[in-house]
Design a protein around this ligand. Structure first.
Ligand code: SF4
Length: 358
């Protein structure tokens, strides 16, 4: 029996050079936390995100200064930029003019028909896709009255915005339906997935801190991805956005959907442990956080069971009372002093990946 359901068939589109939907891998997005008008800070953060594997980045465009900063940000960014805009159609027009690769805007909130027409035609002219971003926290009053703050209200809101774009002959559409809890988010995406062919941007909004947000996102996005729903994703955390990217890849990797960077296998330790696995594993994970090559690395607490228990690891160490072991695919390749496991392991990983490890 297949572990994952067949991926939902969606109509592909491109954000810059990154395909979303169709047969493209699920892409990883994040959002900057800087003031967009501050070009240097925004650019530094985008570069950090890109180094962590972020493939598309969203910046808020909430002022004219932010919109005016877009050409410089775009020029310095190694990844496509999406402008996040609320209500103000002039900012959307400026963002398109200034070369953004995608917009996040809800056409129903732009105002008059003429304004919607102007923005959508400008997006169409430059082939700039639009993401409709429905948030359970900001639903239209009539829908709240009819359904309450429910998945049905979220889906109906999305369909209303979608029809405004379709009426303009625009189909470069992707949609997100975010709530801050798993149940409503998952239900809303399931409902919409049956109704439209557009790619879905999945995420749990306001998911929480690094700890609780990681768990909530892993459950919610894990359920959706396992059902074949989701073409691009953002993990939202009250943390450095680089953490969002790391968590997104961990979710995708554990589902077998993407492989990037080091997957650390470490034992929970037990009475047999001869070394401090917790601090060694934490240090090694930190030092390997920038490695791009997919690799399974093990840190195990004892030489008796360690190499066998971590036999699927590409490379690993196991600590003994006086001597430790370096092993590859379960085979012992070197015996080491127990207090010197870290550097030989990192040397081996440098040799395997050809990457620089600090
Ligand atoms: S590898 Fe050794 S120390 Fe770690 S959990 Fe297994 S038996 Fe215990």
């Amino acid at each position: 029996m297949e572990f994952l359901a067949k991926r939902r068939v969606t109509r592909p589109l491109f954000i810059g050079s990154v395909q979303i939907g169709g047969d493209a891998p699920v892409s990883v997005q994040s959002m900057t936390t800087t003031r967009t008008a501050n070009v240097s800070e925004t650019t530094v953060q985008i570069q950090q995100l890109a180094r962590a594997g972020c493939e598309i980045v969203r910046v808020t465009v909430n002022t004219r200064e932010a919109a005016n900063a877009l050409p410089a940000i775009k020029a310095a960014s190694p990844i496509p930029i999406i402008a996040d805009i609320h209500f103000d159609h002039t900012l959307a027009l400026m963002a398109i003019e200034n070369g953004v690769d995608g917009l996040r805007i809800n056409p129903g909130n732009i105002g008059s028909k003429e304004k919607v027409h102007e923005v959508v035609q400008a997006a169409k002219g430059r082939r700039v896709p639009i993401r409709i971003g429905i948030n359970a926290g900001s639903l239209e009053r009539d829908l709240l009255h009819k359904y309450g703050r429910t998945p049905e209200a979220m889906v109906e809101s999305a369909l209303k915005h979608i029809s405004l774009l379709e009426k303009e002959g625009f189909d470069l559409i992707k949609v997100s339906l975010k709530a801050s809890d798993v149940a409503r988010t998952v239900t809303a995406y399931r409902l919409l997935a049956q109704k439209v062919p557009y790619p879905l941007h999945i995420g749990i909004t306001e998911a929480g801190t690094r700890f609780s947000g990681t768990i909530r996102s892993a459950i919610g996005l894990g359920i959706l991805l396992s059902e074949g729903i989701g073409d691009t994703m953002r993990v939202s955390l009250s943390a450095d956005p680089v953490e969002e990217v790391k968590v997104a890849y961990a979710i995708l990797r554990d589902l077998g959907l993407r492989r990037r960077g080091v997957e650390l296998i470490s034992c929970p330790t037990c009475g047999r442990a001869e070394i401090d696995v917790i601090s060694l594993a934490t240090r090694i994970e930190q030092r390997l956080s920038a490695v791009k090559t997919p690799l399974k690395v093990a840190v195990m607490g004892c030489v008796v069971n360690g190499p066998g228990e971590a036999a699927e690891a590409d490379v690993g160490v196991a600590g003994g009372k006086h001597k430790g072991l370096l092993f590859k695919k379960g085979e012992i390749i070197r015996r080491l002093p127990a207090d010197n496991l870290e550097e030989p392991l990192l040397d081996e990983i440098r040799a395997l990946t050809g990457e620089t490890i600090p």
